[in-house]
Design a protein around this ligand. Structure first.
Ligand SMILES: C[S@@+](CC[C@H](N)C(=O)[O-])C[C@H]1O[C@@H](n2cnc3c(N)ncnc32)[C@H](O)[C@@H]1O
Length: 386
């Protein structure tokens, strides 16, 4: 496998959506200017806060009207295809008990009405996927439609979802960190290949649906060529079901050793300690609440590394989108997300904690997709000698 060739060809046909699609969508998105994003998030935040202060709930009449409109949406989306229509209506009814409850919040009602009523994807997105790992797939142009099918979001037929995906700074930052981590892993593979050191072994913490080996420069079929060993931990009990949406065969056949449990179990397993050239951790460190939590996670990941090995992770930074997600869209993760207030604070904090646990921060990357970054990415190195 020529890893260098992979690196040279990145951003070519491997992109899940054509770069033209993104350009066109961005071009059509005047209302998503930086100021627009603030304004549109704050509007829903204020509606939610106001309705809480004054104890206002959405009327049952409005909720019933929403249901009737959602049914109409299914009819419009499926045109004359009766089989598809039945699937969509069944999907709507399956999500309706939860959605109905969510709609009682006037901010949620308003947001979903304004965003989801032309889309095959956004109702399931807000009521079923968010905030679980499959919700992140939208950042790469894929999601689950009303009929429960995982498929590509077509910017022509589903411009509403596409606008949402392109406009959300958090989505863009998910893409950014994924590309950043893949680049680091492929650079490592190229360096090791050039030095005759073989292929890298990688330990993924909170691997989710493994976008790191499915998008952009990599495909699951390439794992065995690029990596010597891939071990993954994720504690979400629904993960085996989610993974079936995107992997055709058992993961072991791709060379993925996936453990459906807390990564701490991996950190404590002597069979894994000191065995890996890299630890990759996307979207997990922001769950760490205190310096002690961060230090504990860093120590655990460090234990996995060979001397000189690298680790990469991100800390999310507070944005209006994120406040809107947490408040209006009741986007609750377990444990709750604890974003940093600024990029500068994130970098200072991680440098300090890393030094304490004997790691060296080699690179910091504030999310370059957004003028107000939604995250900062880090690469750390385990010193070669004690
Ligand atoms: C935001 S998702 C990111 C998934 C994936 N890394 C990606 O970029 O798409 C975070 C994932 O980390 C998992 N997770 C969080 N804390 C974990 C822990 N201590 N051990 C294992 N998995 C964890 C969650 O279950 C979730 O699937």
């Amino acid at each position: 496998m020529e890893v260098v060739h992979l690196l040279e060809n990145r951003w070519s046909s491997q992109k899940p959506y054509d770069i033209d699609d993104v350009d066109r969508a961005v071009h059509n998105l005047e209302e998503y200017s930086e100021q627009g994003v603030w304004a549109y998030s704050i509007k829903y935040i204020l509606i939610t806060l106001g309705s809480r202060i004054f104890r206002i709930r959405t009327s049952q009449e409005k909720i019933e009207r929403f249901y009737a409109d959602a049914k109409l949406l299914c009819v419009n989306l499926t045109k004359n295809d009766c089989e598809q229509l039945n699937k969509y209506l069944k999907g709507l009814d399956a999500m309706w008990p939860k959605l109905r409850k969510q709609l009682e919040d006037p901010g949620f009602y308003r947001f979903v009405y304004e965003f989801a009523m032309q889309s095959a994807f956004l109702l399931p997105y807000f009521s079923v996927l968010s905030p679980h790992a499959p919700a992140l797939e939208a950042a790469r142009g894929y999601s689950v439609d009303m009929g429960g099918t995982y498929r590509r979001i077509d910017p022509e037929t589903d411009s509403q979802t596409f606008r949402f995906v392109v406009g959300e700074r958090t989505f863009r930052s998910f893409d950014f960190r994924l590309c950043n981590h893949q680049t680091a892993l492929l650079n490592l593979a190229a360096d090791m290949e050039a030095s005759g050191l073989g292929k890298p072994s990688v330990f993924f913490v909170g691997g989710g649906m493994m976008p790191m080996v499915r998008f952009y420069y990599l495909r699951p079929e390439m794992i065995k060529d690029v990596f010597d060993r891939v071990v993954v931990y994720d504690s979400d009990p629904n993960m085996p079901e989610y993974l079936k949406m995107v992997f055709d065969r058992p993961l072991s056949e791709y060379g993925i050793d996936y453990h459906f449990e807390d990564a701490a179990n991996g950190f404590n397993d002597p069979a894994f300690q000191g065995q890996f050239d890299a630890v990759d951790c996307t979207g997990v460190m922001s769950y760490c609440q205190t310096d002690e939590d961060i230090a504990k996670m860093l120590c655990g990941m460090k234990k996995m590394l060979k001397p000189g090995g690298i680790m990469m992770f991100d800390r999310q930074v507070m944005t209006p989108d994120m406040i809107r997600c947490a408040l209006t869209l009741a986007w609750k993760t377990d444990p709750p997300l604890k974003p940093e207030l600024t990029v500068k604070r994130a970098i200072t904090r991680i440098r300090k904690i890393a030094a304490r646990v004997g790691l060296v921060v080699t690179d910091t990357f504030p999310d370059e997709y957004n003028r107000l970054p939604a995250l900062v990415d880090f690469i750390l190195r385990n010193p070669s000698t004690k």
